[in-house]
Ligand binder design. Structure first.
Ligand code: AMP
Length: 302
């Protein structure tokens, strides 16, 4: 089993969905990622929070065994995101993004963290993703996530990070936006020319597709009847995906394919409640049961 490092946002989210509304709850790309990945391996979190960040949230992460030595408390306000979903839960509308303490966060990684073999650059400013990547000592596998906010606002910096990562995880809208190509398969192939060897496109309730040179793999989403809040689904997907790969310590096709199913499992639990509420009451046995459920879902050669 190998360790896994992540840099990304730790946030206070205010979210409205057709099924309810929450204000300033625990969120952030690195938060969802770490929590989901902690079901598989030791996760080391690199991020910053403001001095207004509730201690109970830190406790929740510590209790999962997440290594918080790379989490800095800075003077000022924690990152805040305000988002909204209509009945089409696949598409988040960002109402407000306040970077706050992330605006001038420059992480100094402790030397123990620099040697972590698996690295996830969760959704955050591409300059910050690059800064962390440059401090690492040749990770075995690096994956990256981003979103429309950065594709629009920091395109050049993003294009500088992409050649340095092995895997890009994005949702379908972002894949199209990144290379300005409406066809998803063509878009994924186009993205491969920007650097990563593998692209995983998350398609919300329609599942996920992996495209790499010569490989194509598809997993449906778990058929859920009660989806309350899609926030964090992408990050939890990445957490299951990277967590499983790091736990195996190898990156071969069989492992990567299973990792995509574990990613889908973690995403499917996340959307069943607001914030990290469902993950916080999740057991490893439930994770394994749903993984087996996925096998049943796609078995057709009876
Ligand atoms: P997702 O998995 O894509 O639903 O990610 C949702 C999380 O991303 C929320 O908890 C937000 O706090 C966080 N987030 C939203 N916008 C940004 C941004 N521009 N940079 C970093 N994190 C963000």
């Amino acid at each position: 089993m190998a360790d896994l490092a992540v840099v990304g946002s730790v946030a206070l989210d205010s979210v409205t969905t057709p099924f309810g509304k929450v204000r300033e709850v625990l969120g952030g790309s690195a938060t969802y990622f770490s929590y989901a990945a902690s079901f598989f391996t030791t996760v080391r979190l690199v991020a910053t929070v403001g001095d207004d960040f509730p201690a109970e949230h830190l406790r929740l992460l510590k209790e999962r065994g997440i290594d918080m030595t790379g989490l800095q408390t800075s003077r000022g306000r924690t990152f805040r995101w305000v988002g909204e979903y209509g009945f089409d839960l696949n598409e988040a509308r960002t109402i407000d993004t306040q970077l706050n303490v992330f605006a001038d966060f420059r992480p100094m990684l402790p030397s123990s963290l620099k040697k972590t073999p698996f690295l996830f650059l969760a959704n955050i400013a591409p300059e910050l993703q690059l800064d962390v990547l440059r401090q690492m000592e040749r990770p075995q596998l690096t994956a990256l996530d981003t979103m429309n906010f950065w594709i629009q606002g920091r395109r050049e910096a993003l294009l500088r990070v992409l050649p340095e990562v092995d895997v890009l995880l994005v949702n379908d809208g972002e894949a199209r936006q990144l290379v300005k190509e409406p066809n998803l398969i063509k878009a994924a192939r186009e993205i491969l020319t920007l650097g990563p060897r593998t692209v995983v496109v998350k398609r919300g309730e329609y599942g996920a597709v992996m495209v790499s040179n010569g490989q194509f793999f598809f997993v449906p989403a778990y058929p859920l009847e009660s989806v309350f809040d899609p926030t964090g689904a992408g990050d939890a997907f990445a957490g299951g995906f990277m967590g499983y790969i790091a736990a195996q310590g190898v990156v071969d096709q069989a492992t990567v394919r299973r990792a995509i199913v574990y990613g889908s499992v973690m995403a499917s639990f996340t959307v069943e409640d607001f914030s990290l509420n469902r993950l916080a009451r999740l057991s490893t046995a439930e994770v394994e049961r749903r993984y087996a459920g996925f096998q049943e879902l796609v078995r057709f050669d009876l």
